[in-house]
Design a protein around this ligand. Structure first.
Ligand code: MSP
Length: 527
């Protein structure tokens, strides 16, 4: 069975992670968990980009050797952040690993043998922040003249003059245009597709694939005075990590054929060109298939500008997670910002949504349902009586909502997917308010009606727990325990999204218990 392979960019370890990095990793994790709960075989890769000028200079400034610098940052900051946001990645690649280095060298030998590498002089602008050779149209002129600025970093570019090995990128202009015309889904969203097409239609020029003035990198197999240009080392992580270049017939090589091409490669819009132009051209040059989709999401903004360490606007993921919890972090960023567009984070907005949608919306429904089953039925889920139009309406809504959520999540429209479930939660809360189970409980003649309402609340929560599990795995696992569903149905992670809408899965007789509050009220002071 082909594996659904999902990747994030690999992050530069020149500094500590901020919520912009965690944003991409969260999105990939939510998507991966969603596919898993559809019964699909999934592989989720993230990792770090350790070579290049930027990291080399950061290490120098820190007064340590680059290897020592990256080892320390990867262990103390980059690997832990994956746990902070509760991401369940299958692998974590470091570009200083031997498996990566050897396979990168093998790849470039293949491309050179195929005739796409030649030696020449490079002279032009370079942005160390982007680690990119810039084209004249990429730069902005500073007020009052002087060295042009990189628009992403707002800093002057450096002028390079060095003898390099070049990659014959220009040979792939037509093939890439042709490919994307036939596969418009291969670059998403549409704005990103249009940007790539217009760049391609302008014609591609050859680009350095090596650096002679940088020492921190992977040596060229045929010229030891040079290292592979950091992007042409880093992009290869997507295939080296899953076994490209492993001996033919080995398990690793077999795995490569099962995973590659990737199902979706998530990137920030700042690195779209590298992923939708350079990367597929490299793959074509090596005779390998292209990823099915590169999805470019927007930026987290602070004061209208991209959040970044360079601009000192980075917020550490733990600052938010320590206060709101990892579930709320994941929920908020997937729910509040349309994936593919820019968005601003604010503590006020996050607090407001936490309170209204999580604590009051879902949390309140869960605690009402479990507390009432405990109080009125000694914690045993009753057999429902006949459904009235109120229950039928909720059941019908659940079917529509589950299909809507599935369509949206598969299209990486996380906000709409979550929104569909949230509207269902609101409808169930309204149902409870209208049915007034606390009034029914006072009249023994209405006992069967109360059974129906209690059952309906818990069965709706069963479906909500399954659909929200990819977004908020900790809280949903706690809800699953409170519903007693683990014992009566089985582990939450094994519940299939494509079967979630079938009404009546939670068996009567299940032991329901009121557990810890899912989304506790927040301390006022923590902001
Ligand atoms: N190392 C390269 C990528 C190589 S991939 C083969 C790189 N690294 S980075 O550390 O700068 O991180 C880039 C990614 O981090 C972005 O593409 C995006 O996914 C994420 N983000 C970093 N800052 C971000 C925001 N302010 N907002 C949203 N995402 C951001 O580029």
């Amino acid at each position: 069975m082909a594996v659904i392979y999902v990747t994030t960019p690999i992050y530069y370890v020149n500094d500590a992670p901020h919520i912009g990095h965690a944003y991409t990793t969260t999105a990939g994790d939510v998507l991966t968990r969603w596919h898993r709960q559809r019964g699909q075989d999934v592989w989720y890769l993230t990792g770090v980009d350790e070579h290049g000028t930027k990291v080399q200079r950061a290490a120098e400034a820190g007064g340590v050797a680059p290897q020592e610098w990256v080892d320390r940052l990867v262990d103390q900051a980059w690997k832990p952040v994956v746990g902070t946001i509760d991401a369940a990645n299958d692998d974590f690649i470091r570009t200083t690993e031997v498996r990566h280095k050897e396979r990168v060298q093998r790849f470039w030998e293949v491309v050179r043998d195929n005739g796409y590498v030649y030696e020449a002089d490079y002279e032009g602008p370079y942005c160390v922040g982007c680690e990119e050779f810039k084209l004249p149209g990429d730069l902005v002129e500073p007020e009052g003249g002087g060295v042009p600025l990189c628009p992403v970093h707002g800093r002057p570019v450096e002028m390079l003059k060095e003898k390099n090995w070049f990659f014959r990128l220009s040979a792939f202009t037509d093939a890439l245009i042709d490919h994307y015309e036939r596969h418009p889904e291969a670059v998403q969203p549409t704005s990103a597709y249009n940007e790539v097409m217009s760049f391609l239609r302008g014609g591609l020029v050859d680009i350095s694939m090596s650096r002679s003035s940088v020492s921190w990198g992977i040596g060229l197999p045929w010229d030891e005075r040079q290292v592979v240009y950091v992007w042409f080392d880093a992009l290869l992580n997507y295939i080296t990590a899953v076994g490209y270049g492993a001996p033919d017939g080995s398990d690793e090589s077999q795995f490569f054929h099962e995973t590659w091409p990737a199902h979706v490669q998530l990137v920030g819009k700042d690195i779209l060109r590298c992923h939708a132009v350079y990367w597929p051209a490299m793959l074509m040059a090596a005779g390998l298939p292209l990823p099915q989709c590169v999805f470019a999401h927007g930026w987290l903004l602070v004061g209208g500008e991209k959040m970044s360490k360079t601009r000192l606007t980075g917020i550490a993921p733990s600052q938010i997670v320590d206060h709101f919890g990892s579930d709320a972090f994941r929920y908020y960023f997937m729910r509040a910002i349309q994936f593919g567009q820019d968005g601003s984070f604010s503590w006020e907005d996050m607090s407001a949504r936490y309170t209204s949608e999580l604590a009051n919306g879902l949390g309140n429904l869960a605690s009402r349902a479990t507390a009432m089953v405990q109080r009125y039925r000694d914690g045993v889920l009753p057999t429902p009586g006949p459904a009235t139009s109120a229950e039928e309406a909720l059941q019908a809504m659940m079917t529509v909502m589950a299909a809507e959520a599935d369509d949206a999540m598969l299209a990486l429209d996380f906000a709409s997917g979550i929104g569909a479930v949230r509207r269902f939660i609101d409808a169930v809360n309204l149902y409870v308010t209208e049915q007034e189970p606390w009034v029914l409980a006072k009249d023994p003649a209405l006992s069967e009606r109360l059974d129906t309402v209690l059952y309906t609340m818990c069965e709706a929560l069963r479906a909500i727990a399954v659909l929200y599990n990819p977004v908020m795995p900790k809280a949903m696992s706690s809800l699953w325990d409170q519903l007693g569903a683990g014992r009566s149905i089985g582990p939450l992670g094994e519940q299939r999204i494509d079967a979630v809408a079938r009404w009546g899965q939670l068996p009567a007789g299940t032991a329901v218990s009121k557990g810890a509050i899912l989304f506790p009220r927040l301390e006022e002071s923590a902001e």
